[in-house]
Design a protein around this ligand. Structure first.
Ligand code: SAM
Length: 281
């Protein structure tokens, strides 16, 4: 089923958390003078026009990145992420929002490589167009990212950051994330894997972090940001989370400093909160 279009949600609170953490991970990778691959198993369209019908429908970015851009009290840890957004919007007005591939692209260095999976024909076409002049540095594939990734593991430089960000429109995505990661870890146990998930009322969503902790891993970090209390009718997303396997040892401190700020700025009611837990030997 391919009814999900990320354009409806571009720049919302979940994108803020995901893309802020993604930038932190890439900046950490860049500290070492050794190439790496960035693999995005569910890449989306690449970049989103916030003034087009999809994004305008619910204007989710207004309560997401829109709340952060004008502020003067932003913690320094959030600045590189916000700079990426500002750099896309040189005219000052927020018109474009960078999806994960467009957050990553400006941070990758000459020797680094990007491999992007996107199954939706329309979003894949947009993604191809965005990277049409990037040459062999970027490869855009219209394949199932859950299995397609296997062909790239282990990557030639033996360093990689994987973002696994499925739509979870079908409940099987929760199971497939776990089985796909099992195979990824078998092929490449030392990679860094960031898995995004929505916080919903459903059992599948609530159980996912515990299932991920039971993978054959020794080092992980789990962060989640709720922007409101779960709704009484059980519908809708009240927050989101990221589970990171083999995270940088510095990430926990960075998130400790930043998440309270995000709760204050993005919170919609008294249920706004965050969780942060990790096991990093
Ligand atoms: N990672 C993007 C970002 O942060 O900007 C957003 C991705 S969106 C949450 C999920 C995307 O996965 C959708 O564009 C959808 O079309 C695509 N998709 C769904 N199933 C897929 C699959 N099995 N393999 C690759 N892409 C898939």
């Amino acid at each position: 089923m391919l009814s999900y279009r990320h354009a409806f949600h571009a720049g919302n609170h979940a994108d803020v958390l995901k893309h802020f953490v993604l930038v932190q991970l890439l900046e950490y990778f860049n500290q070492k003078d050794k190439p790496y691959w960035y693999i995005d198993t569910h890449a989306g369209a690449g970049c989103y026009a916030l003034d087009e019908a999809f994004a305008r429908k619910n204007a989710e970015y207004e309560d997401g990145v829109g709340r952060l851009l004008g502020r003067k009290d932003v913690p320094k840890e959030l600045k590189s992420y916000l700079k990426l957004v500002r750099d896309l919007n040189s005219a000052g007005k927020l018109r474009l929002y960078p999806g994960s591939p467009c957050c990553a692209a400006p941070l990758l260095r000459e020797e680094d490589r990007m491999r992007l999976f996107e199954l939706h024909p329309a979003d894949n076409k947009l993604l191809q167009k965005t990277f049409e002049t990037a040459g062999s540095k970027v490869m855009v594939l219209q394949q199932d990212g859950f299995t397609g990734i296997n062909a790239f593991l282990p990557p030639p430089p033996r360093r990689a950051l994987v973002l696994m960000d499925p739509p979870y429109e079908v409940k099987t995505d929760y199971r497939t994330v776990v089985s796909s990661l099992k195979e990824c870890l078998r092929r490449f146990p030392t990679g860094t894997y960031a898995v995004w998930y929505p916080k919903l009322h459903s059992m599948e969503s609530r159980e996912l972090p515990e299932k991920l902790k039971r993978l054959p891993i020794t080092s992980w970090l789990h962060v989640s940001l709720d922007v409101r209390s779960p709704s009484s009718d059980g519908y809708g997303m009240h927050g989101s989370g990221l589970f990171i396997i083999n995270p940088p040892w510095t990430l926990n401190e960075i998130l400790k400093k930043t998440l309270p700020y995000l709760v204050t700025v993005l919170g919609l009611d008294t249920g706004a909160s965050y969780t942060l837990e990790s096991e990093i030997p």
